[in-house]
Design a protein around this ligand. Sequence first.
Ligand code: PMP
Length: 426
Amino acid sequence: AAEVQDLRAAFPYFAAQPAPGTLAPAYLDSAATSQRPAAVLDAERRFLETSYAAVHRGTSGAVGEATMAFEGARAKVAAFVGAATPEQIVWAENATDALNIVTLGIGEANAGLGVAGSERFALGTGDEILITEAEHHANLIPWQRLAAKTGATLRFIPVNEHGTWSLDDARAALTERTRIFAFAHVSNVTGFVAPVAELVELARSVGAVTVLDACQSVPHIPVDFAALGVDFAAFSGHKMLGPNGIGVLYGTPEMLAALPPSRTGGSAITRVTMESAEFMPAPFKFEPGTQPVSQAVGLGAAVDFLSAVGMDRAAAREHELVERLVAGIEATPGLRLLGPAGTTNRIALASVSVEGLHAHDVGQYLDEQGVLVRVGHHCAQPLHRAFGIASSTRASVHLTTTEDEVDRFLDALRGAQRYFGVEVSA
Ligand code: PMP
């Protein structure tokens, strides 16, 4: 407990005293976006105050210094997620953008704008793109569009009654025609952790390219993309204590070399004529235009912060919190926990449906109690449909979360049941 209080003291948001007559927020919405430690805010501000310049453009000492900070952040992120080289880290706006770099790039490859190696992304009638029914819309809609453009078929692994799926389900869904297999490492609705390494091996056996949505894993558990074997992975800075406006696409060197750029313009090129352009190698070919420089520096500081805490420690601490959260939900009549019972293969969060209440009523009541959560479909409408509900209430933890915050959430759910007069059979 002393430890978490020390950690919270490092965050201006948590250290702030609530205004008189108001409650301190119980911040349980890190899965949507996380609060930032002073070290991140300070790194960004210090960089802007002393070192800001147009990176990669020009020869001045100032540009050199800014470029070093920008590229240094890339190296930090690379080391944090197990990339062998910084060149495997492409800056994007967020995870959504990172996934779109992949889908739009594959679209370019299929529109005759490929580069050496792009044949591996060839898609046509009869080819299959495989995803799951549990995906965030960011890992669904871009694939829908790619399938529509190329004539490939978008298939999905259906979820079971718990809203999850298994290695066997993947084995049954993968075919000789599966060219791409994209799935979330951790579900943002159920917290379900997919067996990535085994899935990658399966996908390899049919020659499919793997794309991992790592939004909800990288902020919470140690993640090593090279060890997992994925071809591409995407995550966001703003869910891992870093700035918003920056996300990451990870790729293996061969995949990034073979993927054409889809957004083009200045900076990303070697030679341009009035008719054509030649592109720099990855990651730069994917980074046209002026980049989110201070955000990259801030993300580097967030990685330093997480590394100093230690991801193993963070994961262990968060596991205790999720156990408390899930146990409290399961002990309360009238609450339906989304996902399998218990905390096996679950990290970071729990979503509930309060029987007899709309999630927005629950959310409003929770807000009045100072409990900040996400209500709605969490950008996962198909998964909610599979559960037979339109929306749910999600509490998510991070390394700064306290037991008291979890208890306030549980108390507020019970309070909402009483307030709205929900009949629950104990
Ligand atoms: N995938 C998952 C699993 C997510 O939880 C989120 C964030 N809600 C995203 C993708 C999209 O992230 P962003 O909004 O930062 O692009």
